[in-house]
Design a binder for this molecule. Structure first.
Ligand SMILES: [Zn+2]
Length: 599
């Protein structure tokens, strides 16, 4: 079937000889690390030669483990009952944990003054070291927060049965959740994602029904999720303190290669513009006939008369055609992704919710998971995820060690692609469709600014309270409601919030990625600002854009911004982006008022 992805370019099955051979190959490389590290520490090998050998092992090894773990993860994400997938994920995880000891020993050896101070000299003499200059510098910075090799190994092993296990539990419990719902005169059991998708239905009764059924279903899982979240956040706090970070936020910023000054400038500007988003929500609440403010279940509601649906084929055509208006490279790339079946489109039982893109650098391909239901927003999600894939493609010629871009830059290409498709669609739309596109754009921007702020407030508070004690279900719920009220202000109905949003978003459960919220805001506002630059510079921007994407794996966020002349540490740049969004609020307001004049 063309609407499901093929994973055969990775392996043809869990018992494929290539898969077994790759596992063995990875094992044999792993055996080479110990003698190398012993030699480095005993100074019985030339340092430059030692660094080169280490890098070459790491490159080969990273490729193998990336391919193997992608195969496990991707299979698991469409079939959460697959024991074989889970076993492979576990095997690759264990294998990479075994490497921890050598990585820590290498970092410690490399960071000693007399070795790392000769880095520039060695980079001049060695192309391999030169290509990994930033990688090695970054490694030196990381070594400040490292514990002893033994402790790091123990932590890596315990994580698989601690935070990682809690994350798996939450993912399994939420993706397999079947919800009872009374629809069209009969009681049905639907997967949770199908129930959540009712939020986009034109019929208001269905949206409300979906929300109530969702909250009911979550009620049965609240204790499991609370235990998982307490376990994960508790572990994060313990480790981040042990490593010498001021807080989990401090650690997140360090790993994100982002300065606090940049984060504060961005969050501050987002807060300045909250009234503009509230104006939009009030407009929408009024159009939907809500007197007491917007209930949470109607935030995603389509406005009347604006529904339009797409088949998978129509959606593909739409995306490729509009990507072509930006560059033929991008259009050709998207067509290749569809032709080679990189995309898994429709929801089904056992498949995880939401959407993601997995860039498999080791084979130069990507896979995209969607829960496509045919609305315009889903079409934009295709563009979004293919943007991630395109980012991966630009990094194809880089060393695999230079492809790990930090979280704030992760959403740049995806949101840029979304913007391309949306703007192109606006140009050929009639007033009704324009209204839909604008509404969709503002709803998305509001999610990424207002809802993300609520998630940022919530997670900050959770860490604060978790330092003192594990949170009860009621504490999680009330912190969530407080955070929602703080961000959404007086334009939501305080009786109809979403106290279970922490069950719904998997991001809170990623132990290795805390505060996986503000990077989305960074992504939207950065990409919006970049699009403004593209409008100004035209095709001359295409090269800069390529350079920027290629640089994302080997620079700090501020340096990447500097590639296109942007300073993210002051409010000016962020205001430019938010003003572009404000223009859309004005436009929607005028279209809606014209409509009500006619009526
Ligand atoms: Zn994304």
């Amino acid at each position: 079937m063309n609407s499901t992805w093929q994973l055969d370019s990775l392996y043809t099955g869990f018992d494929a000889p290539e898969l077994i051979a790759d596992l063995k190959k990875a094992e044999s490389i792993h055996e080479k690390y110990r003698p190398l590290l012993d030699a480095l520490e005993a100074a019985s090998i030339d340092p430059q030669k030692g660094i080169e050998t280490y890098l070459s092992y790491l490159i080969e090894d990273s490729k193998l483990l990336r391919t193997l773990s992608a195969y496990g993860h991707l299979n698991f994400s469409v079939n959460s009952k697959s024991q074989e997938a889970l076993t492979l994920v576990d095997k690759t995880q264990t294998a990479s944990n075994h490497l921890t000891e050598f990585q820590v020993r290498f970092k410690k050896w490399f960071s000693t003054g007399d070795i790392s101070s000769k880095l520039s000299e060695m980079a001049e003499a060695s192309a391999l070291i030169d290509a990994h200059h930033f990688y090695l510098e970054d490694m030196k910075a990381q070594s400040r927060y490292l514990l002893s090799a033994n402790e790091e190994v123990l932590i890596a092993h315990l994580k698989t049965t601690g935070s990682d296990a809690f994350e798996t539990l939450q993912r399994k419990a939420s993706s397999q959740l079947m919800v009872d719902i009374h629809l069209h005169g009969e009681t049905k059991k639907l997967p949770i994602m199908a129930v959540r998708n009712l939020a986009y239905e034109a019929d208001p009764a269905l949206r409300k029904l979906g929300y109530e059924a969702e909250l009911n279903a979550y009620r049965q899982h609240e204790e499991i999720s609370a235990a998982a979240l307490n376990g994960i956040k508790g572990e994060v706090l313990t480790l981040s303190k042990l490593r010498g970070f001021d807080s989990p936020l401090d650690e997140t910023l360090f790993n994100a290669r982002l300065s606090k000054k940049t984060l504060d400038a961005m969050i501050g500007t987002m807060e300045d513009y909250l009234p503009m988003f509230h104006r939009y929500l009030k407009l929408k609440a009024k159009a939907l006939g809500h007197e007491k403010g917007m209930p949470f279940y109607d935030i995603a509601a389509p406005l009347e008369g604006s529904s339009k649906s797409y088949t998978i084929e129509e959606a593909k055509l739409f995306v490729v055609k509009n990507f072509g208006k930006f560059s033929s490279d991008l259009a050709t790339f998207a067509q290749r992704a569809f032709d080679n079946r990189w995309v898994d489109f429709e929801p089904r039982e056992g498949k995880v919710g939401g959407a993601f893109c997995s860039n498999i650098q080791s084979i130069g391909e990507s896979r995209v998971l969607l829960n496509f239901n045919g609305n315009f927003k889903n079409v934009l999600t295709i563009a979004h995820e293919l943007g991630h894939a395109f980012h991966g493609d630009r990094l194809r010629c880089e060393s695999i060690l230079n492809t790990g871009y930090p979280m704030p830059l992760a959403e740049t290409a995806s949101i840029f692609c979304e913007t391309i498709v949306r703007k192109a669609a606006m140009e050929e739309a009639d007033d009704d469709f324009k209204c839909l596109i604008l509404e969709n754009r503002l709803q998305g921007a509001m999610q990424v600014v207002v809802d993300i702020l609520s998630r940022y407030y919530f997670e900050s508070k959770v860490f604060e309270v978790r330092e003192d004690h594990p949170l009860s279900v009621n504490e999680f719920k009330s912190l969530m409601e407080e955070a929602q009220l703080k961000a959404y202000g007086d334009c939501v109905d305080p009786e109809l919030l979403h106290p279970y949003m922490w069950l719904n978003k998997p991001h809170y459960y990623y132990a290795a990625r805390n505060f996986y919220n503000f990077p989305y805001a960074f992504g939207l506002l950065f990409a919006t600002g970049l699009y403004a630059i593209y409008l100004e510079r035209g095709d001359a921007f295409l090269n800069d854009y390529d350079t920027l994407l290629k640089a994302t794996g080997k620079m700090s966020v501020e340096s990447v911004c500097a590639v296109v002349g942007v300073d993210p540490t002051t409010k000016d740049f962020w205001e430019t982006s938010l003003k572009l969004i404000e223009k859309d609020v004005d436009l929607l307001e005028s279209i809606l008022s014209q409509k009500s004049d006619i009526m």
